[in-house]
Design a protein around this ligand. Sequence first.
Ligand code: G3H
Ligand code: ZN
Length: 285
Amino acid sequence: MLASVKNILEEAKNNGYAVGAFNAFNMEEAQAIVRACVKKNTPAIIQVSEKTLNYAGDGLIYDVVKAVVDRESASIPIGFHLDHGHSYDSVIRAVEVGLDSVMIDAAELGFHENIAATKRVVEYAHPKGVSVQAELGIVPYLGEVDQNPNWEEFMTNPLDAKCFVEETGVDSLAVSIGNAHGFFRERNEPDWSRLEEIHKLIPDTYLVIHGGSDWVNHKVAEAVKRGVVCFNVDTDLRIAFNTVLCQFTHDKCTIIDPRTVMSDARSAVQEVVEKKIEMFRHPEK
Ligand code: G3H
Ligand code: ZN
């Protein structure tokens, strides 16, 4: 069933585990995520980016994800969230179409502009029952900055995080502790004491790790101990999906039924999601 993202995060927080927030761009990926959740009897969040809203159409992707959840998951709570909304307009688009959770990513704007942009979104979203995630500090992408950054300049300042949450009223915070998006090289070891400090100062805020694709059990366990309740995963799903597509796209390929390709790609994504949700829920295993 389509469920409130906030409730899913609250449940995770109260029970000391984390959930995955997985990016989907089409029916097959949504099915892969939902099927993994049903098989593992574990809640998760499906998220779409601005690019996906543009690719599929706002209403259509909403309907597709909702239909997949309604038809394939009667009992497992699955949330639906806008990932990396870069503008107020994107947030409005997502809320108008039906999402009950949005991210406003104004981290690149600098501290005060980030506060102003986030506060504006919170003031719009909260009266509608929509929860809001923001990012403080930078979780870098490959190609944007040098692969060997001065992490001190990127990572979330704990006192700023406290001030940011108080000023904006945001529900969740994407933190930078040495994590990075996609193929960007992460810091050798996440800054655990920084995360601990952030959690101590804003204990009621849901902490989110972006760039969760390459996170492994022991790191996930350390993060969950320090208040992280959600890991965003995109790249590993894309790799699983595309690897299957690539196997079929060579000159000698005789497969003419695209459903063969798509169902294999769907299964490959499902397998990845199953492993991730298991790890986020039980990282000590
Ligand atoms: O917002 C999406 C994520 O942060 C995904 O990061 O592509 O490294 O898994 P990833
Ligand atoms: Zn992200």
